[in-house]
Design a binder for this molecule. Structure first.
Ligand SMILES: NC(=O)c1ccc[n+]([C@@H]2O[C@H](COP(=O)([O-])OP(=O)(O)OC[C@H]3O[C@@H](n4cnc5c(N)ncnc54)[C@H](O)[C@@H]3O)[C@@H](O)[C@H]2O)c1
Length: 336
């Protein structure tokens, strides 16, 4: 069955030689926003996803404008076939979430490490020009020293950040050894429309919004004074597109922070969201979760210098856009 599928994909490639961009994790939160941006620019996009955390609804408007394939990153042969004929790869596919990786490290290891290796091998064989990889700020761990700079050492404190760091190392080694251009973007707490709000592994922002809309009391793990460099998703999209086409001398084999360069506490974020949603209950405070990073704040100078990255959408504007989107989705009135 899988063999027939791969043959079919190869046949489609022969007919459709204009596809240049492959997005892995295309049906996920960030992958679907990247798809929007590339399709809007008139590019041809192929996407792969196994729909484990991604949703087909995220691609609703684009379903028939992209070359979409249900492929698991753990399937090396299918991933290699998907890479054929591609110029550029945006590698977003992964099982995110620290708590998920603490509970079940093997499953996330297989998607995040083996999957990334399969992707790199496929890209190398297909002579892809460049791979941009969704790395994670969780690589910095809880070491002292803010803002985080790319020159700091990595200190992953849970399986998920260890897996994402392993992906970075593989990216860099494929540049050094095979000359495959790779760029790692360490995302800092990306938020925005389409982030899954209702799983135990959801990001804090989407979870707060949904709980407030449903009149439930959100839980803050810890005292709420931990800060995050929350980054609206359009900024991450911008960083990917710039990094994809920057001069190789400036970006190949390198790692860059992608953030806003501002720190907002969970208590502050809670109050702003509550104001936007007219929610008047206090949060419940729970114990800190194993593996959580306490604080994040990025220095974004390197990305600015190498490929002109500058965040376009600030924190509060991003919150407004996000609340507006969830309100529309849930049929709830907001104050935005
Ligand atoms: N959202 C953030 O704040 C953040 C921060 C740092 C890094 N990242 C990274 O950014 C990327 C995108 O994250 P997201 O927030 O959009 O999460 P997401 O869960 O919405 O997207 C991940 C996508 O990958 C797909 N996927 C997972 N395992 C797969 C497999 N084995 N084969 C094929 N597809 C698979 C999922 O179905 C999903 O569509 C991930 O690599 C994540 O590690 C995200």
């Amino acid at each position: 069955m899988r063999g027939r599928f791969v043959d079919k994909l190869k046949g489609e490639q022969a007919e459709n030689s204009v596809a240049h961009y492959l997005i892995t994790g295309v049906a996920g939160f960030i992958g679907s926003h990247l798809t929007d941006a590339l399709v809007e620019r008139g590019e041809t996009v192929r996407g792969l996803d196994n729909f484990s955390t991604g949703r087909i609804e995220n691609l609703a408007a684009l379903r028939h404008r992209i070359d979409l394939h249900e492929i698991d990153l753990r399937d090396a042969r299918a991933v290699a076939a998907a890479c054929e004929g591609m110029d550029y790869v945006l590698h977003q596919g992964a099982l995110p979430s620290v708590p998920r990786s603490v509970k079940d490290p093997r499953t996330s290891h297989e998607s995040n490490v083996d999957g990334t290796f399969n992707l790199l091998e496929g890209a190398r064989m297909a002579k892809v020009k460049r791979v941009v990889y969704a790395a994670s700020s969780s690589a910095y761990g809880n070491q002292p020293g803010f803002p985080r700079r790319e020159t700091m050492c990595v200190e992953p404190i849970a399986p998920y950040p260890a897996q994402k760091v392993m992906g970075e190392l593989y990216m860099q080694s494929f540049w050094r050894v095979y000359g495959l251009e790779t760029v790692c973007l360490r995302y800092f707490n990306i938020f925005g429309p389409r982030q899954v709000p209702d799983s135990p592994y959801s990001g804090v922002m989407a979870k707060f919004i949904l709980q407030m809309m449903q009149g439930e009391q959100p839980i803050i793990f810890g005292d709420g004074e931990q800060g995050r460099d929350f980054t609206y998703v359009d900024n991450a999209v911008q960083a990917n597109l710039l990094a994809m086409h920057a001069d190789a001398e400036k970006v190949a084999g390198r790692v860059f922070n992608v953030a806003c360069g501002e720190r907002h506490t969970l208590n502050q974020t809670y109050r702003l969201l509550a104001g936007l949603l007219g929610f008047d209950r206090e949060p419940e405070y729970g114990p800190e979760r194993a593996g959580d990073v306490q604080n994040s704040l990025a220095d974004i100078t390197a990305a600015a210098e190498a490929f002109g990255y500058r965040p376009q959408v600030g924190f509060e504007e991003g919150l407004r856009r996000t609340v507006e989107w969830y309100a529309k989705e849930q049929g709830v009135r907001s104050r935005v």
